[in-house]
Design a protein around this ligand. Structure first.
Ligand SMILES: [Mg+2]
Length: 300
């Protein structure tokens, strides 16, 4: 319909205009100002994934961040610099929240400005051990709403993409959640990490026990929030819950799983907040609500 309108304008003005297919498609994209950003994001994410895969072939130097189990490598920092400098050059007025920039002292504040929320390596512990779920995750928000998300699981070479209102895709093929409504038939994802506070540690383990004894088919921990969300998005798992993560872990995957028909809620069962550090993702509202009811919340 847009193409017809553009041709009518051209014909009405009686101008001898010849448009290539590319120019025509560009004109169609004018109604979606963020599509160009998304296309650029896919390109940058591919480049970042290549750097990560090359680094996996070499020695990896590991450094500690907040605790002995919070790791960072030179590749995390190098990839974040590559992503931010590439985007900044093209979109100098946009804002950024990047995991390693925040670790270096930059603020983690979401504003109404177009904002790129970046995890250069989601799954750094996997990267260090060469456990093959390592992803680059980028979410893009405008007025605090997620417009698109890209998750590139680079060892698997799976590029997950989602533009608000336009569906979710893996390597260009449409993906959908399983639609499972019965928690006793579901595969649930969560992450098990060491927690300094013994009370938090106890609650995390108690939550796992509670979910297992519903019973569910099983619990898995792939080690990358972004990949976990995409596994729910493509129907390989039915739910994922986690407390203590950050906006850069969730932003890219949140777009993918929403556009794949999934449900995202807060751990309490209330509305999802990107800056809250916790979430439940599920193939159906019934499963999301059941998990919210079963698990005990703790602040991290
Ligand atoms: Mg990371």
């Amino acid at each position: 319909k847009k193409i017809q309108i553009i041709w009518l304008i051209v014909l009405k003005n009686k101008q001898a205009v010849s448009l290539s297919l590319f120019e025509l498609l560009s004109l169609c994209n004018m109604s979606d100002p963020w599509q160009e950003c998304m296309d650029f994001c896919v390109e940058v994410t591919k480049r970042a994934g290549k750097v990560i895969c090359e680094a996996l072939q070499k020695d990896i130097t590991v450094m500690q961040k907040s605790s002995p189990v919070d790791l960072v490598t030179e590749t995390d920092q190098k990839v974040e610099r590559l992503i931010i400098s590439s985007i900044k050059e093209k979109y100098p007025t946009h804002s950024f929240i990047g995991e390693e920039s925040v670790a270096a002292g930059a603020p983690s504040v979401l504003t109404d400005n177009p904002t790129w929320i970046i995890d250069p390596i989601d799954g750094t512990t996997n990267f260090v051990h060469r456990f093959p779920f390592v992803s680059v995750s980028i979410g893009f928000t405008v007025k605090k709403e997620i417009e698109f998300g890209i998750v590139y699981s680079c060892v698997e070479d799976k590029m997950y993409t989602a533009r608000k209102g336009k569906g979710a895709f893996c390597n260009g093929d449409p993906i959908k959640v399983s639609g499972q409504e019965d928690i006793s038939k579901s595969l649930v994802l969560t992450e098990m990490g060491f927690k300094e506070d013994p009370e938090h540690f106890k609650r995390m383990l108690a939550n796992i026990r509670t979910i297992l004894t519903i019973p569910v088919h099983g619990i898995r921990s792939p080690g990358s929030t972004a990949v976990n969300m995409c596994l729910v998005a493509c129907g390989s798992a039915d739910a994922y819950y986690h407390m203590g993560i950050h906006c850069w872990d969730m932003a890219g995957g949140a777009a993918v799983v929403s556009e794949a028909g999934g449900v995202i809620v807060d751990i309490s069962g209330g509305p999802f907040d990107l800056m809250s550090r916790r979430l439940i993702v599920a193939s159906s509202r019934a499963i999301a609500e059941r998990i919210a009811k079963e698990i005990t919340q703790f602040d991290v």
